[in-house]
Design a protein around this ligand. Structure first.
Ligand SMILES: Nc1nc2c(ncn2[C@@H]2O[C@H](COP(=O)(O)OP(=O)(O)O)[C@@H](O)[C@H]2O)c(=O)[nH]1
Ligand SMILES: [Mg+2]
Length: 369
């Protein structure tokens, strides 16, 4: 499951500031098989009050939150798709992420140079989006060339498959050439399958982050309004955060200090926490829990997953040998106060292979190995 997001944006908009703040308390990498060892990659805990509350009732030796991976993707400037800046390196990084977080500078600061000399969210966004579209255009053009050659293949299956893809590639070429993202077109299921292995960057979901100064946090500013209008038109999320403030919060040592700081600034949740949660939901991710004496842990699954698939998040053997699951909802635990009481109240259920797991479920899997 692609649990990672790539942070993009023009230089000096605050990407690295936000990335550093996000990863200032890195998750314990050993617990996560997908982790990449790279200074630009950080694994970040998904804040979840429910896990804490579960642990107050079922006291574990260890508590392990769900995580999202963030990648600070440098090198995106006008011309990156043609190899300007760190062009190629940036492309290989961004193709691998599940979602794009597009940071837009929405703060004034004469000391911090803007690449184009002027704070202008609309054109900043356009530059980046066009660059991403051009990168995809080159992918599509290459594939068109290849498929045209394959039309002459003596292997009928090969030439037919190549042929079937050509109208789709032509449509993509036209849209991308106009600077439109691939996700703006409509596809049927067959086309979606054809398109999947192109790994187009502009097929990925995109979310905007307005990086404001502290004054802009409350209700935003004119720059934010512009970003929000663009996000709305694209049916995308726009999250307002102040990178500088998040960096200050991240530098504090304890959770209590951080909480105090937030309250003094009149905030209930840090911008990063909001950003992490939005990322999680935009990717269509949900959480289930496992709880026991050894560890309480939050696991990530795709909305709509059935019980065996959720079990597979823990281990592929759990999925292969899945028999059934004992399930209750964490809200029941908070209401009844113990697993025993839940059982007595008849709220602990046995579910089979067709059970669609719900956000907040606490699961005990039974399986054969
Ligand atoms: N005033 C202000 N400066 C910021 C903010 N976020 C980042 N900066 C500054 O902007 C400069 C560029 O930030 P950086 O994170 O390196 O940008 P990147 O090139 O997008 O990675 C640095 O000097 C940051 O300290 C912010 O919210 N307000
Ligand atoms: Mg940077």
């Amino acid at each position: 499951m692609a649990l990672n997001c790539g942070i993009v944006g023009l230089p000096n908009v605050g990407k690295s500031t936000i990335f550093s703040a996000l990863t200032s308390a890195p998750a314990e990498a050993a617990n996560y098989p997908f982790c990449t060892i790279d200074p630009n990659v950080g694994i970040v805990n998904v804040p979840d009050e429910r896990l804490k509350k579960i642990s107050e009732i079922i006291v574990p030796a260890k508590e392990i939150p769900a995580v999202v991976e963030f990648v600070d993707i440098a090198g995106l400037v006008a011309g990156a798709s043609k190899g300007e800046g760190l062009g190629n390196q940036f492309l290989s990084h961004i193709r691998q992420v599940g979602m794009i977080i597009h940071v837009v500078r929405c703060f004034d600061d004469a000391d911090i140079t803007h690449v184009n000399g002027k704070i202008a969210p609309e054109s900043d966004i356009e530059i980046i989006n066009i660059e991403l579209a051009l990168a995809d255009l080159s992918t599509v053009e290459k594939r068109l060339e290849k498929n045209t050659k394959l039309l002459r293949s003596p292997d009928k299956a090969v030439s037919q498959k190549a042929n079937a893809m050509i109208p789709l590639l032509e449509r993509l070429k036209e849209a991308l050439g106009d600077g439109k993202p691939a996700r703006s077109l409509e596809y049927d299921d067959d086309e979606l399958e054809l398109i999947a292995d192109l790994q187009l960057i502009t097929m990925k979901k995109q979310m905007y982050v307005c990086n404001v100064d502290e004054d802009g946090l409350d209700g935003g500013n004119d720059y934010v309004k512009k970003v929000k209008a663009i996000a709305d038109a694209e049916d995308a999320e726009a999250v307002v955060i102040c990178g500088a403030l998040e960096a200050d919060i991240a530098a504090l040592e304890t959770e209590e200090e951080k909480q105090e700081f937030l309250e003094e600034a009149g905030l209930t949740e840090s911008g990063l926490s909001r950003l992490i949660h939005k990322t999680y939901s935009t990717l269509g991710l949900r959480t289930f829990f496992t709880a026991g004496a050894d560890e309480n842990r939050a696991w990530t699954f795709k909305e709509g997953a059935l019980a065996p698939e959720a079990a597979g998040v823990i281990h592929t053997d759990f999925q292969k040998g899945f028999i059934k699951a004992d399930v209750y909802h964490c809200d029941d635990l908070f209401e009844y106060g113990s697993e025993d009481a839940i059982r007595k109240a008849g709220k602990l259920r046995q579910e089979g292979k067709l059970y669609a797991v719900k956000d907040g479920d606490v699961m005990h899997f039974k399986f054969n190995v």
